[in-house]
Design a protein around this ligand. Structure first.
Ligand SMILES: Cc1ncc(COP(=O)(O)O)c(C=O)c1O
Length: 391
C-alpha cells in the first residue's frame, strides 16, 4: 500500500493518554491531565437542559450561534477594552483547540515563521506544522521565573515573522504575563508587522494578579486573535466550545477555513454556553470559581511544601510545577516512578519543550490542581516526605 500522509506521520501519540493509562493501571491519583474531576456548576447544567429542550437541533452557522456570539462579546468586553462586534468579530469554534487551529490556518503560509514561547502548551507546534509554517522557539528561563526577555525576543523577530503565539495565563508554567511584557510584545508586533494569537483559555483563573488581554493594548486590536475556552471557564472541557475574537478581516479568513473543518460546533451546546454566560452577569460565578480554584492551588502548594518539594508559585491557571531535580535528571522516568511507587500521576515538564530544547527543561513535574479537595487530599496522603525518601 502507498504510504500514509507525511504531515501527520511525525506526530507522537499524546503523552497525556499514556500517563492516564499508567495512572489507571496503578490506581494512582491522577494530577496529570488538566481536566476538572468535579461537577460543573448547577446553573451551567440547568442551561444545558434548557438548551436541549429548545428547538435547536440543526446546524449552527459556521461563524457561530448568534446568541453565543453576543454573549461572548459581552463577557469579554471588559477585559478587551472594547466590545467586539458579535457578528463580524466573534467566531465560535469546537474548543480553543479549533479556534487556534483555524486562526493559524488563516494566517500562516507555508514557510512563514511562528514564534512560540517555551515551555509551551503542546498543541501549538503541531498546528503550526500542519499549516506548513516554521516554529521558532524563545526559551523562558525557569531560573528567571519564566520572565520574558524582550531583547532575546527582538533578536528572534524578522520580516519573516508572521505570528507570535502567546498563552496567558500560561500552561504549563502558571505564569501570567505582565503589562510590561505584553507592551514589549506589542511594540515588536507593530515594528515587525506580525500577528499575535493569544490563547487566554484560563483568563478567569488569576490569583492576586490581573489578566491583561494583549488585544486591549494600543494598535493591537487589529493584529490580535484572542482565543477562549468555555470548557475551562465552566469546567465542561467535554462540551468543546471555544472562540476566536479578531478583526472582521481576520475573522472572515478564519471562517473561510472553518466552514470546511469542522463547519460548526454543536448548536444546543452553544445555546447552553450562551445562557450560562448571560447568567454570569448577575450570579458572581467567576468570582466564586476563582476563589475555589485558589483554595485548590493553595491546598496543592501545602501538600508540596509538606513533602519538601520546592515549586514555582503559579499566578494563574490549573497547574503547579515542582522541582524534582534532587531525584533524577530523567523526568520522563521519574513521572513513571511517581505513578508506580508514590501513586500520584504528574506530567514531566520536559514534554512542554521542543525536542531540540528538551535538555534545557527544568527537572520538574507539573501537577494539576483542578481537582476535588478529596482528590488533592488523597494525593497528599501519598505524596509525603517519607514516601519521597523511599524513591
Ligand atoms: C492553554 C490551553 N489552551 C487550550 C486548551 C484546550 O482548550 P479546549 O478544550 O477549549 O480546546 C488547553 C487545554 O488544556 C490549554 O491548556
Amino acid at each position: 500500500m502507498k504510504p500514509l500522509a507525511s504531515r501527520v506521520a511525525h506526530f507522537a501519540p499524546s503523552p497525556f493518554a499514556a500517563m492516564t493509562a499508567l495512572a489507571l493501571e496503578h490506581g494512582a491519583v491522577n494530577l496529570g491531565q488538566g481536566f476538572p474531576d468535579f461537577a460543573p456548576p448547577d446553573f451551567v447544567l440547568a442551561a444545558a437542559q434548557t438548551a436541549f429542550s429548545s428547538n435547536l437541533h440543526q446546524y449552527a452557522p459556521p461563524r457561530g450561534h448568534a446568541r453565543l456570539q453576543r454573549a461572548v462579546s459581552e463577557t469579554l468586553a471588559a477585559n478587551l477594552g472594547f466590545t467586539p462586534d458579535p457578528e463580524s468579530e466573534v467566531t465560535i469554534a469546537v474548543g480553543a483547540t479549533q479556534a487556534m487551529y483555524s486562526s493559524i490556518q488563516a494566517l500562516l503560509e507555508p514557510g512563514d515563521e511562528a514564534i512560540i514561547l517555551e515551555p509551551t502548551y503542546d498543541m501549538y507546534a503541531p498546528q503550526v506544522s500542519l499549516s506548513g509554517g516554521v516554529a521558532n522557539y524563545l526559551l523562558l528561563e525557569a531560573e528567571n521565573n519564566f520572565a520574558l526577555d524582550l531583547e532575546k525576543l527582538r533578536a528572534l523577530c524578522s520580516s519573516e515573522t508572521k505570528i507570535l503565539i502567546l498563552n496567558t495565563p500560561n500552561n504549563p508554567t502558571g505564569k501570567v504575563f505582565t503589562q510590561t511584557e505584553l507592551e514589549g510584545i506589542a511594540a515588536l508586533a507593530l515594528e515587525f508587522d506580525f500577528y499575535v494569537l493569544s490563547d487566554e483559555a484560563y483568563d478567569r483563573l488569576v490569583y492576586f494578579v490581573r489578566h491583561i488581554c494583549i488585544a486591549s493594548l494600543p494598535g493591537m486590536r487589529e493584529r490580535t486573535v484572542t482565543i477562549g475556552s468555555a470548557g475551562k471557564m465552566f469546567s465542561v472541557t467535554g462540551w468543546r466550545i471555544g472562540w476566536a475574537i479578531a478583526s472582521p478581516g481576520i475573522s472572515a479568513a478564519i471562517r473561510r477555513g472553518a466552514q470546511w473543518v469542522p463547519f460548526a460546533a454543536a448548536t444546543p451546546v452553544q445555546e447552553a454556553i450562551a445562557i450560562a454566560l448571560e447568567q454570569t452577569k448577575h450570579n458572581h460565578y467567576f468570582q466564586s470559581f476563582q476563589a475555589q480554584m485558589l483554595e485548590r492551588r493553595d491546598l496543592l502548594a501545602q501538600i508540596l511544601t509538606n513533602a519538601e518539594l520546592e515549586f514555582w508559585q503559579p499566578d494563574g491557571g490549573y497547574f503547579i510545577n515542582a522541582n524534582t531535580s534532587r531525584f533524577s535528571n530523567d523526568t520522563n522516568d521519574l513521572a513513571r516512578r511517581f505513578v508506580q511507587e508514590i501513586g500520584v500521576a504528574a506530567m514531566p515538564m520536559q514534554m512542554f519543550y521542543s525536542s531540540d530544547h528538551a535538555h534545557l527543561a527544568p527537572k520538574a513535574l507539573r501537577f494539576a490542581f483542578c481537582k476535588t479537595r478529596e482528590t488533592l487530599e488523597a494525593a497528599g496522603e501519598r505524596l509525603t516526605k517519607e514516601a519521597l525518601l523511599r524513591l
